[in-house]
Design a binder for this molecule. Sequence first.
Ligand code: NAD
Length: 502
Amino acid sequence: MPNTTLAEHATVHRAPAGALNVREDLPPTRHFIAGAFDTPDRSRLHADIVDPGTEQIIAAVPEGTAGDVDRAVAAAVAAKRDWAKLVPKERATVLHRIADRIEQNAEILARLESANTGKPFDVSHDDVAGTVDTFRFMAGALRATTSMGAGDYAQNHLSVILREPLGVVGVVTPWNYPLLMAAWKIAPILAAGNTLVIKPSEQTPLTTLKFAELIADLVPAGVVNVVTGRGSIVGARLSEHPDVDMIALTGSVGSGQAVARGAAETLKRVHLELGGKAPVVIFDDADLDDAAASVRTAGYWNSGQECGAACRVLVHESVADAFTRKLVDQVSTLVVGEPGAGEHIEIGPVVSKAHFERVVAHLETAAQQGITAAIGGAALDGPGYFVAPTVLVGVPEGAECTREEIFGPVVTVETFADEDEAIRRANDVPFGLSASIWTENARRSHDVAARIDAGTVWVNSHLVLATEVPWGGFKGSGYGRDLSIYALDDYSRTKHVMHNHG
Ligand code: NAD
């Protein structure tokens, strides 16, 4: 059993009853296929959707079947030719309209997201703003994409390079950023001229269903389809379906492996954004105040349920004590509570009971290994799945808490003696999603960034994203890129047409 002792430094701020009040804003909790929500059917199996801040049930959604996936894929197949035929300007107009619609409903979407995930409003509003920006960026980018110039590269033969949609893309998303991760997939997939079937996380389907409700009159029927349910059923059928041309998943390594196995039979393309365990490498010449303030945000944003979280500090031994003091001071000021308690809340609950037990088990294992919590280190009183913002110190090389994703408000601090050791240990994890290095030395900032095996490396910063630049990992963090024109490339195929004019 997890230790649910109340940590001293953190109190859970509670919301007045009904503060989030999402009942009237709930979307139809049914699959969205061929432009319409299924008719209600009480005889079907449903899964409860829980508010992790209060543990109250807020909705129930159908457990999708392989048959539901087949219906949705058939709708996406039927829609793909007409959608692909639209010229870039026409598709861009639709994407801009989607962005407008999301913006007009930002408040409702943020409240729904907070109710379903426990996110503070600040995080939910940021997610909605990112969603709008992703659609706007892709609307512009799709009109600006070019191919290699047409020309004669063989005698009397004119080569023309065409960029084509793939067809139907299956999408599987996680619970940590339900709406934003859906947008990171849906926007470039539609921009590139594909149709899609999306399966949101079984725990957090509400904003994806709301998105479908909001855009139903903006896209032709069948272009966007939503099937709710489990990964092992709905996600697996999407991965193996012969009429799905590509499967894109954001989630854990295990799910990525399952999807890749499922896709192998039909040799469909696979796009994987998986886990991370970002090292934060702090050299002795770094601005320690800046570094500590940045880890306060980047280590604990979204309760640390963030694949790029600044969760694994590697600090030079000569400044380790000074840095740890500053970090603990910063973390002691984090405000924990239900999102409905107000705009000042910075740390919500973790997403579910099962995940809460996982995070607390990690803390208990660390304690059994002699690792101490300089602050936090335990669960907070319920109801709700709250964990005290934690800094683990005295962490030995190779400890489990430095190698596995904890995905909670937990940052570990290790020390190193020199640059080579810092780089070796930064790279010594199965993941390669992101990292940061902290130094005022220009040579070191270039050299270390080049030697770190991660898809994103920040220098004197952490977790700053922009829609124009790619996001994605190396090694166990998967392959494929979200955001930027690289995502448009990932969801397109290249055709060469050669004309003999001799
Ligand atoms: P998860 O892997 O448990 O679930 C992700 C999705 O995969 C869910 O929709 C789930 O139903 C589905 N799934 C599970 N098994 C499947 C199967 N056999 N076939 C097809 N689909 C299956 O992950 P999660 O717990 O929801 O999310 C947290 C994970 O996501 C973390 O590992 C985190 O690092 C990662 N993540 C990565 C990024 C990124 O950009 N790299 C962003 C957000 C989250």
